[in-house]
Design a binder for this molecule. Structure first.
Ligand SMILES: *[C@@H]1O[C@H](CO)[C@@H](O)[C@H](O)[C@H]1NC(C)=O
Ligand SMILES: *[C@@H]1O[C@H](CO)[C@@H](O)[C@H](O)[C@H]1NC(C)=O
Ligand SMILES: *[C@@H]1O[C@H](CO)[C@@H](O)[C@H](O)[C@H]1NC(C)=O
Length: 295
């Protein structure tokens, strides 16, 4: 091989290397953390790849999920929801132990239920253990979630699951900590997001149908933050052993005093539906309803 050729080869390799390095640096958390399953038409990103746009049309929706599973952690993302007439459209941000709706799945749900123009969105949360859910709560929000990005987060540890909107805890689900209690803590979960048509139930109980003339419906995502115990070989204990996992340390086992104030305000003002108050539906309320979120 001649010297100039080798030099050329060296420069080419160098160039290729620096390209891939800068790409990785600019690529951001989304591509590293998630894989998506969407028809090409239903998925777009900003030029820098940092913002993801998922859309729903008559033919398809769109979704993405983490490549890894986690057992406990802090899962957070900024979302801006479909604006205008979004009745029937649901944007979901959830964790699930399986990639499909299996009969033994554990699941933590945040679902944004669209509405007709000018009518308020509702946020529905739910908790599943081993395939059983029926733990719905619905809240209204104190802002228009279609106008700007807001942060939606799930804290999950051995003591509690807390759903946050911005810094405000809107729902606390405690672990009663006895054998076979209703608290999903055994199965590691993936984090998912998706947009889909649910006009059979989502808006005013299914009365309001999706108006496909308004399609495509687009939800926007950025600044994903997955700070959890990654479930991979060798399997970690996922308990409070190091200072890294702040989400399973003493301070994350209960609400702080400030969080309790915010939570109280949400309880008084924004709860639209609480399964723990639904005595028509449950002859005997599920046992976790008696646990105090304040402890
Ligand atoms: C989980 O659900 C499956 C299927 O419904 C059932 O066979 C199994 O006993 C359940 N496991 C526990 C621990 O309840
Ligand atoms: C559950 O109970 C056991 C035994 O009393 C205790 O060691 C553990 O810390 C408790 N866990 C939670 C989440 O309260
Ligand atoms: C949609 O708007 C109607 C009318 O304001 C309201 O009753 C309903 O709770 C809203 N949200 C959903 C998801 O139905």
């Amino acid at each position: 091989m001649s010297y100039p050729f080798l030099l050329l080869l060296f420069i080419t390799v160098l160039l290729a290397l620096s390209c891939s390095l800068s790409e990785a640096a600019a690529g951001g958390s989304f591509d590293d953390t998630f894989s998506k399953s969407c028809p090409e038409n239903n998925f777009k990103t900003s030029e820098d790849g940092q913002t993801w746009y998922l859309s729903l049309d008559k033919d398809a929706g769109c979704g993405f999920m983490t490549k890894e599973r986690y057992r406990y952690g802090w899962f957070s993302m900024k979302l801006k929801l479909v604006g205008g007439d979004s009745a029937g459209v649901v944007t979901a941000y959830y964790m699930c132990s399986e990639n499909a709706a299996g009969p033994e799945r554990d699941e933590l749900d945040i679902e944004f239920l669209g509405n007709r123009t000018g009518q308020p969105y509702l946020i529905q949360t739910n908790v599943y253990k081993n395939g059983t859910g029926n733990r719905e709560m619905r809240h209204s929000l104190w802002f228009d979630p279609t106008e700007d990005f807001h942060t939606y987060s799930i804290l999950w540890n051995t003591h509690q699951i807390v759903f946050f909107v911005d810094a405000v805890p809107i729902r606390v689900f405690k672990n009663a900590n006895y054998t076979n209690n209703f608290f999903p803590n055994e199965k590691p979960m993936y984090l998912f997001s998706s947009i889909w048509n649910a006009d059979d139930w989502a808006t005013r109980g299914g009365l309001e149908k999706t108006d496909w003339k308004k399609a495509p419906f687009v939800s926007t995502y950025k600044e994903s933050n997955v700070d959890g115990c990654q479930w991979e070989d060798p399997y970690p204990a996922c308990v409070a052993t190091t200072t890294d996992n702040w989400w399973d340390q003493y301070n994350a086992w209960h609400l702080s005093e400030d969080q309790k104030k915010d939570y109280g305000w949400v309880q008084r003002n924004l709860v639209i539906y609480d399964y723990c108050k639904d005595t028509e539906r449950f002859a005997k309320l599920p046992e976790e309803c008696w646990l105090s979120p304040w402890s």
